[in-house]
Design a protein around this ligand. Structure first.
Ligand SMILES: [Zn+2]
Length: 275
C-alpha cells in the first residue's frame, strides 16, 4: 500500500471519528435547558419522569402538548398512566403504561396511540436544537441522526468542514517537516491547540538548522508528545557538531518551557472562569 493510500485511509478514519465526536458534542449541546425541564415538571408533576431531561430542547413544546392531551384522557382525578420519553434517531417516542384502574374504551386506547404517533411524526419536523419547523434528518457519524433546521444543519456541516481542514493542514505540516523524521516513520505529531504553534515553531527552527548546515539524516526528531497538557520533544543529534547539539537542545528546552507557561495560563483562565 502506497503512502497516498495510507493517507486516504487515515483521512477516512479521522473523518469518521470526527463525525462521531461532532455527533456526541451535538447531543450535549441540544440537551433540554434546565428551565424547560422545570417548566414541564411544574405543569405536569404527576407525569414528570427524569427521561424528560434527555429530550432535546427543541422538542420541549411538542412534548408539553403531548402531556396536556395525555392528561385530558384521565378520568376525574385519575391519571391515564405513566409515560417515559426517548429521543431516537427517527424521532421522539413516548412509552405509555396505562392506568389499569381506569376504564379503557377502544376509542380512548386508540387516542393514546394517536398521541404517540403524533408526537413521533411531528418531532421529526422540528429542529432538535431550536424547535423551528422544516427540519431535515442530518446523519452525523454512523450512529446518530439529528433533525435540524437549515441554520443548524449548515452550522454542523461548517464545523465538520473546519475539522477536516485542520486535519489536512496537519498532514501538510507533517510532510513539510519530513526531513526531521526517520524514513517511513509513522510518528504522530498531534498536539492540543495551546501547544500547536509552540511545537510548529520548534520543528521549523530545527529544520532550518538541519537544512542550512546540511545535517539531513544526522538529526532526527524522535518524539513529540504531551503529558497532562505539557509538550515534550525528543531529538537525536549525536552525529551533529556540539554547537548544533546545544542549539537544538535549547530550542527543545525553550519550547517545553513555553508549553509549561501556556499550560499554567490555561489553568489560571479555567480557575478565573470557575470563580
Ligand atoms: Zn435549528
Amino acid at each position: 500500500m502506497g503512502i497516498e493510500d495510507l493517507r486516504a485511509r487515515q483521512r477516512q478514519t479521522i473523518m469518521r471519528s470526527q463525525l462521531r465526536q461532532l455527533g456526541l458534542d451535538y447531543l450535549r449541546s441540544i440537551e433540554m435547558k434546565p428551565e424547560n425541564i422545570e417548566r414541564i415538571r411544574a405543569a405536569h408533576p404527576e407525569h414528570f419522569h427524569p427521561s424528560v431531561g434527555d429530550v432535546p430542547d427543541g422538542w420541549t413544546d411538542v412534548l408539553m402538548s403531548f402531556l396536556v392531551e395525555f392528561r385530558d384522557l384521565g378520568e376525574g382525578m385519575m391519571s391515564p398512566g405513566d409515560v417515559r420519553f426517548e429521543r431516537t434517531n427517527s424521532g421522539l417516542k413516548a412509552y405509555v403504561w396505562p392506568n389499569s384502574e381506569m376504564q379503557w374504551s377502544p376509542e380512548k386506547a386508540q387516542a393514546v396511540v394517536g398521541l404517540q404517533r403524533h408526537l413521533y411524526m411531528s418531532s421529526r419536523d422540528l429542529c432538535e436544537w431550536c424547535g423551528k419547523g422544516d427540519a431535515v434528518p442530518v446523519p452525523l457519524g454512523e450512529r446518530v441522526t439529528f433533525f435540524l433546521c437549515e441554520e443548524h444543519k449548515a452550522s454542523a456541516e461548517a464545523k465538520l468542514a473546519a475539522q477536516i481542514a485542520a486535519f489536512d493542514e496537519r498532514v501538510r505540516f507533517r510532510d513539510e517537516m519530513s526531513v526531521l523524521f526517520r524514513p517511513m516513520s509513522c510518528m504522530s505529531i498531534q498536539v492540543s491547540d495551546h501547544n500547536l504553534d509552540i511545537m510548529r515553531k520548534a520543528l521549523r527552527d530545527i529544520k532550518k538548522i538541519v537544512e542550512e548546515r546540511e545535517l539531513i539524516g544526522k538529526v532526527y526528531v524522535t518524539k513529540v508528545m504531551e503529558s497532562e497538557g505539557q509538550l515534550f520533544i525528543s531529538a537525536r543529534c549525536g552525529q551533529a557538531d556540539p554547537a548544533t547539539q546545544f542549539e537544538i537542545a535549547d530550542i527543545v528546552k525553550h519550547a517545553e518551557w513555553e508549553s509549561d507557561q501556556a499550560q499554567l495560563a490555561a489553568n489560571k483562565e479555567d480557575r478565573d472562569h470557575d470563580a
